[in-house]
Design a protein around this ligand. Structure first.
Ligand SMILES: C[S@@+](CC[C@H](N)C(=O)[O-])C[C@H]1O[C@@H](n2cnc3c(N)ncnc32)[C@H](O)[C@@H]1O
Length: 230
């Protein structure tokens, strides 16, 4: 499951017993060797669909995986926001020698506290939506909407729910159950759940937040790209 040099099982267990933020701080140096980092092929497929942007914001930027792909297609500015100082430190290192001329900025903050207003024509989020709780979704979408300029796009991967008895459905729902038990028993919580921004519900929620929604199916394997325009 993990590439050579990735975290050991015990390191992962330790991280999962910490808060989300602390867990990612600990995981940061080895994060790119885990399957939690969005694969480059998946990012490349999204960038092809995005084509270009003037100013982009990558939400839950982690170690900067998407920012490395976005910078060459961004004309002016690329901002990564993440609440883990450790992840941002890795992202800074990776972006220091990456192609492109757009100015690179990092914001170390909880995405639920972001205060951007009419600043971006593109907002992306890869691998970060499982950290947004259902009760936070509407506020989260409102913050993304506020960050975008009119006509700006919020782009992320989603999918339709897998068949009820598929391995993927059973495995991910079991994971969610374990996380719910863990979070009921231990504080601070580690927030990470599957199936939080699934089609078709997310399309309705985006419409309610003021977006016009396009869904391009199977852009990368079973994952489709949501392109929500303000
Ligand atoms: C699975 S990683 C994804 C990283 C990267 N986008 C990628 O695709 O490889 C999730 C990231 O979200 C960040 N994160 C989780 N909840 C957050 C929150 N509420 N505010 C800011 N960052 C958050 C974590 O620190 C972590 O870096």
């Amino acid at each position: 499951m993990f590439a050579k040099g990735g975290p050991t099982f015990f390191e992962l267990m330790h991280q999962a017993l910490c808060s989300t933020q602390r867990g990612y701080d600990l995981l940061a140096p080895k994060f790119d060797k885990t399957p939690f980092r969005t694969p480059d092929a998946m990012l490349e497929a999204a960038i092809r669909a995005i084509a270009s942007a003037d100013a982009a914001l990558d939400v839950c930027c982690g170690t900067g995986a998407a920012m490395r792909h976005l910078r060459p297609v961004c004309r002016h500015r690329i901002v990564g926001i993440d609440f883990s100082a450790g992840m941002i430190e890795q992202a800074r290192l990776k972006l220091s020698n990456c192609e492109g001329t757009a100015r690179v900025e990092f914001v170390e903050a909880d995405v639920m506290q972001m205060s951007f207003q009419n600043e971006f024509d593109l907002v992306t989020c890869f691998g970060g939506l499982g950290h947004i709780l259902p009760r936070q979704k509407s506020a989260f979408l409102g913050l993304i909407h506020r960050a975008l300029k009119p006509g700006g796009r919020f782009v992320f991967y989603s999918a339709y729910p897998p068949p009820l008895f598929s391995v993927s459905n059973i495995a991910r729902r079991s994971f969610n159950t374990v996380m719910k038990i863990r979070n009921a028993l231990l504080h601070p919580p580690f927030i990470m759940y599957y199936f939080t921004f699934l089609m078709p519900e997310i399309a309705d929620e985006l419409s309610a937040a003021g977006f016009t929604v396009e869904f391009r199916p199977e852009v990368y394997r079973e994952y489709g790209l949501v392109i929500a325009t303000k």
